[in-house]
Design a protein around this ligand. Structure first.
Ligand SMILES: Nc1ncnc2c1ncn2[C@@H]1O[C@H](COP(=O)(O)OP(=O)(O)OP(=O)(O)O)[C@@H](O)[C@H]1O
Ligand SMILES: [Mg+2]
Length: 490
C-alpha cells in the first residue's frame, strides 16, 4: 500500500470499535470511530475515509440509512457492512444498495483483514486512476493551448508557411502562403505541393529532404518563382519522436519587390556604364593619336602627360568593364555561349599576353599542364577568370617571385590553380574577398589600384559554370586559388 489508508468504523458496540481499531492500527491503517449513524455521517463528510466499516443494527440512524447517504454523497468510498446475523439475505440486500462487501460478527481475523485490505486497495487504485485522468486532461488542455498559440502565430505571420507529410501533401498552411502563391480559394484536402507550388526546384528539395536517410539534414534555402512571384524558400525536415522524418516545413518570403529593385539597380549600372564607356574610349583614342604624333610632334613633357592621361583612361575603362560584368552576372543574363573548351591552350595564350606586364613587375609566369579533359564553358568568361587571378597574383606579389598556373584533370573535374609567392591574405579576410568592392587593407599593397570587383566576378562566372573556387593562403608566403570545373562527359 503506497498511502496510509483511513478506515472509519461505525458501530454502537465499543468492543467492536476498539477491536477494529487495535487490529487495523497495528497493520498500518489510520482508524476513526463513530458510535452511531449521525456521528458516522458527519465523520464521513469531515474525514473523507478510504474505507467504511458499517454496523447495520444501531440505535438511532440505522446502518442502511448511513449506507444510502454515503452512496449518494460519496459514492467512491467502499462500505463494508458488518452484520451480526450473518444471513445471506441481509448481506444481499446491502450489496444491492451499493455496499462493497460484508463481514459477519464475530470476525474471522483473516477474512476481516483481507476484506478491509482489498477495499483499501480498490480505493487506492481508483484515486490513482483519477489523478492520472486529471493529469491527462491537463496535458490535453496544455496541448490544445499550445496548438492554438502556434496556429495564431502562424496565421499572423507575413511569411508563407507550408507543412507537408511524407507524401508531400500540405497538412498545414497559413493565409500568407495563399496570398504569396496567388491562390484565391481554400486548398482542397489533401492538396499536393506539386499542384500549388509550380516550381520544380522546391519539389526536388522537398523530395530530397523526405528521402534523406543519412546524417541529419539541415535546411535548404532556394529562390523560387511561382507565377509572378519570386520567393525565398527555406525548407527543413520535420522529425517525429523517434527522429524519423515525418514531413517537411517550408517558410516562404516574398522577395518580388526586392528582386525588381535589384534588377532596376543592375539596369541602372548597366546604362550608366555603357554611357560612360563610349566617351572614355574616345578620350583614350584621341590621346593615343596625339601620343603617336599624328597631330604634330610633342615634346617629352607633353608625351609624358598624355601617356599618364591614357593610363588613367585605361583604369577607368577597367572599372567600367567590371561594373558591366557585375551587372550582367547579377541580372543573370550572362551570355552562356557554352562550347567544349580546352583550358590548356587558353592558359598558354593568357600567359603569353600577360608575360610582359608580369616581367615589368619582376614576376615570372609559369604554366604547367598536360592534356586536359574538355569542359563546357564560355571561353571568354574562363579567360576573364584566369586573367583576374593572374593579375591579382602579380599585383599582390610586391617582391616579385613566381606565379604558377597549374591545370590538371581530377576524375570528373578539371582543376586550375593559380599560385603566387605574394603577401598572402589573412585567414579571417578570406570569406570576404569575394564580396563586391571588398579589398584587404595591407600597407604593402596600398599602391595597387583596384576596385575589389575582380574576385566577385570570378566567383559569379565559376558558379554559373557549376564550378567551385577555394583559397589557401599563408601570410608573407603566398596564396593559391583553386578552381574546379566539371569536365564534359565523353
Ligand atoms: N593573390 C592574392 N594575394 C593576396 N591578396 C589577394 C590576392 N588576390 C586577391 N587578394 C585580395 O583580395 C582583394 C579582392 O580582390 P579583387 O580581385 O576582387 O579586387 P582588386 O584586385 O582589389 O580589384 P579589381 O576589381 O581591380 O580586381 C584584393 O584587394 C586583395 O586584397
Ligand atoms: Mg583583382
Amino acid at each position: 500500500m503506497d498511502e496510509i489508508s483511513k478506515v472509519l468504523v461505525v458501530d454502537d458496540e465499543k468492543v467492536v470499535r476498539d477491536g477494529c481499531q487495535r487490529v487495523l492500527c497495528s497493520r498500518g491503517f489510520e482508524v476513526r470511530c463513530a458510535e452511531g449513524g449521525e456521528a458516522g455521517l458527519s465523520l464521513i463528510r469531515s474525514e473523507n475515509p478510504d474505507v467504511i466499516l458499517l454496523d447495520l443494527k444501531m440505535p438511532g440512524m440505522s446502518g442502511e440509512e448511513v449506507l444510502e447517504h454515503t452512496r449518494r454523497d460519496c459514492p467512491d468510498i467502499p462500505v463494508i457492512v458488518i452484520t451480526g446475523h450473518g444471513t445471506i439475505d441481509t448481506a444481499v440486500e446491502c450489496m444491492k444498495k451499493g455496499a462493497y462487501d460484508f463481514i459477519t460478527k464475530p470476525f474471522q481475523m483473516d477474512e476481516f483483514l483481507l476484506t478491509v485490505k482489498r477495499a483499501a486497495e480498490k480505493r487506492n487504485l481508483e484515486k490513482k486512476a483519477r489523478l492520472f485522468e486529471e493529469e491527462n486532461s491537463r496535458n490535453l488542455y496544455d496541448l490544445r493551448l499550445e496548438k492554438s498559440r502556434l496556429k495564431t502565430i502562424i496565421n499572423c505571420m507575413a511569411n508563407g508557411v507550408m507543412v507537408t507529410n511524407r507524401n508531400l501533401e500540405v497538412v498545414l498552411h497559413n493565409p500568407a502562403l495563399l496570398r504569396l502563391l496567388n491562390i484565391d480559394h481554400a486548398l482542397p484536402e489533401p492538396a499536393s505541393v506539386k499542384d500549388i507550388v509550380c516550381d520544380e526546384a522546391i519539389l526536388k528539395a522537398l523530395s530530397e529532404i523526405i528521402s534523406n536517410h543519412g546524417p541529419e539534414m539541415g535546411t535548404i534555402g532556394q529562390e523560387i518563382t511561382c507565377r509572378s512571384t519570386v520567393a525565398r524558400a527555406i525548407s527543413a525536415p520535420v522529425t517525429g519522436p523517434d527522429s524519423n522524418i515525418v514531413g517537411t516545413v517550408t517558410v516562404l518570403e516574398d522577395i518580388t519587390a526586392f528582386k525588381e529593385l535589384d534588377r532596376m539597380k543592375s539596369d541602372f549600372i548597366n546604362m550608366v556604364a555603357h554611357e560612360l564607356r563610349s566617351p572614355v574610349v574616345s578620350i583614350r583614342q584621341l590621346n593615343s593619336v596625339l601620343l603617336e604624333g599624328l597631330a604634330g610632334n610633342l615634346n617629352e613633357k607633353q608625351k609624358d602627360f598624355i601617356a599618364r592621361g591614357i593610363a588613367k583612361a585605361d583604369a577607368l575603362l577597367d572599372l567600367i568593364n567590371d561594373l558591366l560584368n557585375v551587372a550582367r552576372l547579377e541580372s543573370s543574363v550572362i551570355p552562356q555561349r557554352r562550347v567544349p573548351t580546352d583550358i590548356g591552350p587558353l592558359i598558354d595564350e593568357i600567359i603569353k599576353l600577360m608575360e610582359p606586364r608580369a616581367n615589368d613587375a619582376g614576376v615570372t609566369l609559369v604554366a604547367r599542364h598536360g592534356p586536359l579533359k574538355l569542359i563546357s564553358a564560355d571561353p571568354a568568361q574562363i579567360d576573364e577568370v584566369i586573367n583576374n587571378l593572374i593579375t591579382n597574383a602579380v599585383n599582390y606579389s610586391p617582391d616579385g617571385g613566381e606565379v604558377m598556373v597549374i591545370a590538371a584533370t581530377m576524375g570528373e573535374h578539371v582543376e586550375i590553380q593559380v599560385k603566387d609567392q605574394g603577401v598572402g591574405i589573412p585567414q579571417e579576410e578570406i570569406p570576404r574577398i569575394f564580396e563586391k568592392f571588398y579589398r584587404v587593407k595591407n600597407p604593402r599593397t596600398r599602391k595597387v589600384t583596384g576596385t575589389g570587383l575582380g574576385l566577385s566576378i570570378v566567383k559569379g562566372i565559376i558558379e554559373a559554370h557549376n564550378g567551385a573556387i577555394k583559397v589557401d593562403s599563408a601570410m608573407g608566403k603566398g596564396t593559391t586559388f583553386t578552381i574546379m570545373l566539371p569536365a564534359l562527359q565523353e
